[in-house]
Design a protein around this ligand. Structure first.
Ligand code: OGA
Ligand code: MN
Length: 275
């Protein structure tokens, strides 16, 4: 297996392995790489929906997404798509998947199925590098803090997505979510300190209202993005990206108006998070 960094402090491209039939030691190496670097990209993969599901189960289990449409014949696969005549995309702001769950998904395996002629890149940002780059004052300020996360404002009836042309494609609009996590977590496998708030789902710090939380939250969200800790993926047919939702944030570019884009996602089960 060969690794090439995508940015100084985020993401690697991995060559020399086939995800559909990697052996156990290769899978271990892939896991470790993703835990450390936040995202790994694999090119020219022959990866059918059956392979996708098999890989997710083999990794350690699949969390089915409650909101996105599911693949008709393969109900563990969420369809992340935007039609040519739609304007809103899924995931078009910095976020991590499922941080609104008390036991958030460990990561996601995203496969390119139908790509626009150009555009539709995805970006990731490394939250270990983000934490390290915070000032000592800011680190001291967030030590021991916890934050509340929910998806309700995004997916509920009348919520952010319902107000767009994506609303009609969503499931689960009556669900209620909510979870509290430390603002700084330790990665369950690597032990690295990670900033764990995100612009999509983090509402407030525990013990503070949304209004009281906003100044510090905004400061953290702004400080989390540096030139060195972001990478950008240009998808091609056969590209698969696997990311760690604890180590990284991601953001789907919405710059391909008039074209269709369809991706298939499996969300990998995770564990409870601790400071
Ligand atoms: C996702 C997501 C990014 C993309 O599937 O969770 O945010 O580029 N997608 O489609
Ligand atoms: Mn996402």
């Amino acid at each position: 297996m060969h690794h090439t960094k995508m940015a100084p402090q985020c993401g690697v491209e991995v060559s020399g392995v086939s995800l559909a039939d990697c052996n156990d030691s290769e899978l271990l190496e892939i896991k470790q790489t993703i835990y450390e670097h936040g995202v790994a990209v694999f090119r020219d993969q022959d990866f059918s929906p059956e392979d996708h599901i098999k890989f997710g189960r083999r990794w350690g289990g699949i969390d089915v997404n409650n909101y996105f449409p599911l693949q008709e014949d393969f109900n563990e696969i969420a369809v992340v798509k935007k039609e040519a005549d739609q304007s809103t995309n899924i995931g078009g702001a910095w976020h991590t998947d499922h941080s609104y769950d008390q036991i958030p998904a460990m990561g996601s395996v995203l496969v390119a199925r139908d790509l626009p002629p150009k555009g539709g890149d995805t970006m990731w940002a490394h939250m270990g590098a983000a934490y390290d780059a915070l000032s000592d004052d800011l680190k001291a300020e967030i030590e021991g803090l916890e934050a509340y996360h929910t998806a309700d404002h995004v997916y509920e009836e009348g919520g952010l997505y319902a107000q767009t042309d994506m609303g009609e494609h969503l499931r689960g609009q009556n669900l209620k979510t909510g979870a509290v996590h430390p603002v700084v977590i330790r990665h369950p496998q690597t032990g690295r300190k990670l900033l764990y708030v995100n612009s999509g789902f983090t509402i407030n710090f525990v013990g503070q209202t949304r209004e009281e939380s906003l100044p510090l939250l905004t400061k953290l969200l702004d400080a989390a993005l540096t030139d060195d800790n972001q990478c950008r993926l240009q998808w091609a047919p056969g590209t698969v990206a696997i990311w760690d939702n604890r180590t990284s944030w991601h953001n789907a570019m919405n710059d391909y108006a008039g074209h269709r884009r369809e991706m298939h996602r499996i969300t990998l089960s995770g564990e409870a998070l601790a400071a």
